[in-house]
Design a protein around this ligand. Structure first.
Ligand code: ZN
Length: 303
């Protein structure tokens, strides 16, 4: 039997709006419910962004606390294990705000975007050198595994740079996110270029944006990926003209993977495959209070 497959569910991202699909979770309750449902359907890693009261992207620690508390509570109630992967992206926000939630919540994983780019020709996806150094060091200190999101060929060279500088440690985990306009397309050719450029002993996962969703699942499985990422952050369609739910995307991925001989990793198995450290015993999630972080959130936003 082949190695087990780690499925990551990226529930809402920063940009997917209710006006595009009613299925995208944006409130803490909706995000937590989708996290649990996706974990039950076969996802072992849940990638989290949070939204403000209006449903817009935000990086408030207070919101992360609210969402994670709720997920932990529901996990307990329903006996569901899952790995939390919190985003560090957020070009519109102060860099400190993109770091503040990690020491408070100690997730097992964080995204790490090793370069800036013109995102879909709409805004600059900013990751300054100073921020990347700070984030890498902080994640190491907290024993949070960086997931290096790769959009372009140059990202690979920058991962090498940060490994050489000791800002990132090996084994590296790569998350190829292909098909963003401004990045590499979700073709087999693109993946065939990227995979041999990984650090030795690395693990990797792949996601295709929009119409690249299914091709990337198939390319990934054909090339022996460790993981697949699916969810409404990256793609809102199940098929042409039919909107998807996060659970449906996870369920289909499970079916496809099993058909080609890949068993699905549990959260415990994902921890082993990705070399994660679980910090649940270090944080009293029930005792955390979102209100304790609002003042600092607003100060950072200049409000
Ligand atoms: Zn994300």
């Amino acid at each position: 039997m082949g190695k087990k497959l780690v499925i990551t569910a990226c529930l809402c991202g920063a940009g997917t709006k209710k006006s595009q699909t009613p299925y995208v979770p944006v409130t803490p309750e909706e995000i937590a419910n989708d996290a649990i449902a996706c974990a039950k359907a076969g996802a072992s890693v849940i990638h989290i962004h949070v939204r403000d009261e209006e449903g817009n992207n935000c990086m408030y620690t207070s919101k992360f606390v609210e969402v994670i508390k709720l997920i932990k509570k529901k996990q307990k109630e329903e006996g569901v294990d899952l790995v939390l992967n919190l985003t560090s992206s957020g070009s519109k926000f102060p860099e400190q705000m993109r770091l503040n939630h990690f020491p408070v919540l100690k997730p097992e994983m964080s995204s790490y975007d090793p370069l800036s780019m013109n995102w879909a020709n709409s805004y600059i996806f900013t990751n300054s050198p100073q921020f990347l150094e700070k984030l890498g060091v902080e994640l190491q200190e907290l024993q949070i595994k960086p997931e290096c999101e790769i959009f372009n060929g140059g990202d690979m060279a920058n991962v090498d740079y940060y490994v050489k500088k000791g800002i990132l440690k090996t084994p590296v985990h790569y998350q190829f996110v292909l098909g963003v306009t401004g990045g590499m397309p979700g073709t087999a050719e693109a993946l065939a270029y990227l995979v041999p450029k990984m650090q030795p002993g690395s693990t990797w996962s792949i996601s295709g944006i929009g119409r690249w969703h299914l091709p990337c699942i198939l390319h990934g499985l054909a090339m022996g990926c460790d993981g697949l990422r699916v969810g409404l952050e990256d793609n809102i369609m199940y098929e042409k003209g039919v909107l998807a739910t996060n659970v449906q995307l996870v369920e289909r991925t499970v079916r496809i993977a099993k058909e080609v001989g890949r068993e699905i990793a549990t959260a415990a198995e994902a921890r082993e495959i990705l070399g994660l450290v679980n910090h649940d015993a270090e944080v009293d999630y029930e005792a955390l209070n979102p209100a304790d972080y609002i003042e600092e959130d607003l100060r950072l936003m200049g409000k």
